[in-house]
Write a protein that binds this ligand. Structure first.
Ligand code: HSE
Length: 312
């Protein structure tokens, strides 16, 4: 019987100026998943460690995403082998670093490998988005796409789905502070305004274009100037204790830019080089203690590979 073990990375969605369209994958932070072909037909989740999440496939993001892929496979081929899944959750739900996306992406990627890669990466994004829909009510792709493609991705269009894999400067690192409070993506979306002024839109798309140009040209100065969010951060930052001071500490410690990771509460900074990233990590580790909230700090190189096989 075939089996696969894999690492499915955490991701930072939005990256300040790209709400719902930009995302990047992280090294070191991610879920571990094991998928095995079984004699019995069907698709089951047999165990989840590290989080209290439902085992019923229809109620689990990995379950729903996998089901969507297996149904598509069945439509093509007429049947599918049985599989079961074990998830070692390492990313907390409601953390803002793509917990639901890591599970959904890992499930579809692993199943696709075991089935002999019948689906393209773009199709896998579509299946994984079903998991995101279950988790937050919205099938956003800005966490699952970087998880599946690796590096930075742009969702150029949702209908039809069009994902652009972006280049990543070699020396780019991310630092993420995760306050141990939960913010549900659904709640963080419900407080957003549905209309923008033309001035906000102009600022935002100027920065989005600037950030992408900076990634293509390894221009850290341009990346730095472009990490600005005038649309979402002013509203969502109110949900994150100590956000303004945390962001200032990151910038004062040499971050290229800083902002809310996905829908929060995690806050990220991008940095040039491992040394700078570690300096930022140390500064926020000292500075954030005053808030009396447990927190974790992750310091990770950008993951350009995406999901990684662990048993080969
Ligand atoms: N783009 C999504 C949001 C990401 O900000 O709601 C959630 O991880």
């Amino acid at each position: 019987m075939k089996r696969i073990s894999l690492f499915s990375p955490g991701t930072i969605a939005n990256i300040s100026c790209g709400f719902d369209v930009l995302g990047v994958a992280l090294d070191e932070v991610g879920d571990i998943m094991h998928i095995e072909e079984t004699v019995e037909p069907g698709w089951r989740i047999s165990a989840i460690t590290g989080a209290d999440l439902p085992l019923a496939v229809e109620k689990n993001t990995a379950g729903v995403a996998g089901l969507s892929l297996l149904n598509a496979y069945k439509s093509k081929v007429g049947t599918h082998p049985g599989f079961h899944l074990v998830i070692e959750k390492k990313i907390k739900a409601g953390s803002g670093i793509g917990s639901s996306a890591a599970s959904a992406s890992g499930a579809v990627w692993g199943l696709n490998e075991l089935l002999g890669r019948p689906f393209t990466p773009l199709e896998l994004v579509g299946f994984a988005m079903e998991g995101e829909k279950l988790a937050s009510g919205v099938a956003h792709a800005d966490n699952v796409a970087p998880g599946l493609f690796g590096g930075f991705t742009l969702v150029r269009s949702y209908a039809p789905l069009d994902i652009v894999a972006l280049p990543c400067p070699n020396d780019l690192y991310a630092v993420v502070l995760h306050p141990q409070i939960e913010i549900k993506t659904q709640d963080a979306r419900s407080i957003l305004k549905t209309q923008l002024s033309l001035k906000q839109a102009t600022t935002q798309w100027g920065n989005l274009g600037g950030l992408i140009a900076g990634l293509y040209t390894d221009d850290y100065g341009l990346i730095s100037r472009s990490l600005v969010d005038v649309v979402v951060e002013p509203i969502r930052s109110l949900l994150i204790p100590g956000f303004d001071e945390l962001k200032k500490t990151m910038l004062d410690s040499g971050a290229l830019g800083a902002g809310i990771s996905g829908s929060g509460p995690s806050v990220f900074a991008l940095a040039k080089g491992s040394d700078q990233a570690h300096l930022i990590a140390q500064a926020i580790d000292v500075n954030y203690r005053k808030w009396g909230i447990d927190f974790e700090v992750h310091c990770a190189k950008i993951n350009t590979q995406g999901i990684k096989i662990l048993n080969e």
